[in-house]
Design a protein around this ligand. Sequence first.
Ligand code: GRF
Length: 206
Amino acid sequence: MTQCAVFASGGGSNFQALIDRQKAGDLHVEFAVLVTNNSSCKACDRARAHGIPVVHLPPSKFADERQYAAELMAVLDKYKVEIVALAGYMKMIPVSVVRKFHNRILNIHPGLLPAFGGKGMYGERVHQAVLDYGAKVTGVTVHFVDEEYDHGPIVLQETVIVEDGDDAHRLAERVLAKEHASYWRALEAVAQGRVRVDGRKVMGHV
Ligand code: GRF
């Protein structure tokens, strides 16, 4: 079974959706460890409730990025991690880790990249920006992580229609529901080796 680490900082509803799919037998990975920068986050409770080890690794604890990266690598080695799924993780992954795990770190973004992404674009800010722009369609992007924010090759995109009268909160709810329905499919496809990456293009059945 593919050993998967999840990185989360907050509520972890995407993490929960992945756990649920795994328990249902649809997603064939083992959640080896949850890495967090926030030891009191709800994602930690979710991990503990399912017997998944939690490692608290706030970057601020380390003198510099090199030391943080070394500790992170040690954790990933210890748990024999093959794939990482970021699920609402609010810290940057050190470049050395991104390189070592080239096309093996997934992230989910609550919008259709490359629109409404990049540094500072997270949570309701994304949905507010979509509404302010007057976009008619938004959605979910699952992508590999590279050295730039919200930039790596796209594994999956799903759309959500913007409705008249939507506010950021209402739109966020529908996008989040779509995230829960989608992320596991991208993770499963990558874990099962069903995708092939050629530059920016990810091919195969997701
Ligand atoms: C999600 O909207 C995800 O797209 C983004 O962070 C949010 C995390 O939500 N990367 P949750 O913690 O999974 O509920």
